[in-house]
Design a protein around this ligand. Structure first.
Ligand SMILES: CC(C)(COP(=O)(O)OP(=O)(O)OC[C@H]1O[C@@H](n2cnc3c(N)ncnc32)[C@H](O)[C@@H]1OP(=O)(O)O)[C@@H](O)C(=O)NCCC(=O)NCCS
Length: 184
């Protein structure tokens, strides 16, 4: 017979429970407090204290988004980053919504206007360790980005992309007609 409260006691004795609870507390009350307070739409979001945000007023995180150590989520004054519900970001991912201007003969790169473009990452995606997501990219619902990929173009829903630049390496759904949307 199950002992009442046994599950609770097991949880309280679990090192991983305390590890993530303390990290969450640290994220909410210490590091990133200023930036985090400006993030939009965030509900039940976890991000490690080492995560940095730029232009946080232009970052929208869906519910249950999880962002691991060392990620940099850098929106821009004129470009938003939107991350859908339930999406997971592995460690050391860079999502960056701008480029320096690189026109030859138009002065120093650092003096040229920034080129800013929105980034949309769908719901239920998983971005592997060290991936880089560049300005203007849309990652479809349910897609997986392999570790180390540099994503320069849109990613189809439910595909798995990898490499530099990222290409489709496989698909999570062998019957694309049966795509569904978890957000509806
Ligand atoms: C993408 C991933 C999920 C595996 O996906 P998969 O569909 O099972 O892929 P497979 O292992 O069957 O490999 C399929 C092909 O993609 C290649 N591939 C796998 N991972 C790759 C990567 N990171 N970059 C480039 N190519 C990769 C494989 O070499 C293989 O190529 P081949 O067909 O020429 O042999 C996995 O490789 C990965 O990158 N995981 C991320 C781990 C991580 O970041 N964890 C953090 C947890 S939050």
């Amino acid at each position: 017979m199950a002992i009442p409260g046994a599950a609770l006691i097991k949880t309280l004795l679990s090192p991983s429970f305390w590890h993530f609870t303390l990290k969450k507390w640290e994220a909410e009350f210490h590091t990133n407090r200023g930036a985090a307070s400006k993030l939009r739409g965030s509900k039940d979001v976890f991000f490690d204290p080492s995560v940095t945000f730029r232009s946080p007023e232009n970052i929208v995180l869906g519910s249950r988004v999880w962002i691991n150590e060392g990620c940099k989520i850098w929106a821009s004054p004129n470009a938003r980053i939107v991350v859908g519900d339930h999406t997971l970001l592995g460690p050391n991912i860079v999502v960056i919504a701008n480029n320096h201007g690189t026109e030859y003969g138009k002065g120093f790169i650092r003096d040229q206007p920034m080129v800013e473009k929105d980034i949309k990452i769908g719901p239920d995606c998983w971005l592997g360790a060290g991936a880089v997501i560049l300005a203007g990219v849309e990652i479809g619902e349910g897609a997986v980005v392999a570790a180390g990929a540099v994503v320069t173009k849109n990613v189809p829903p439910y595909s798995i992309v990898g490499g530099v630049p990222a290409k489709v390496i496989s698909s999570r759904n062998s019957n694309p007609e049966r795509l569904y949307s978890i957000s509806t």
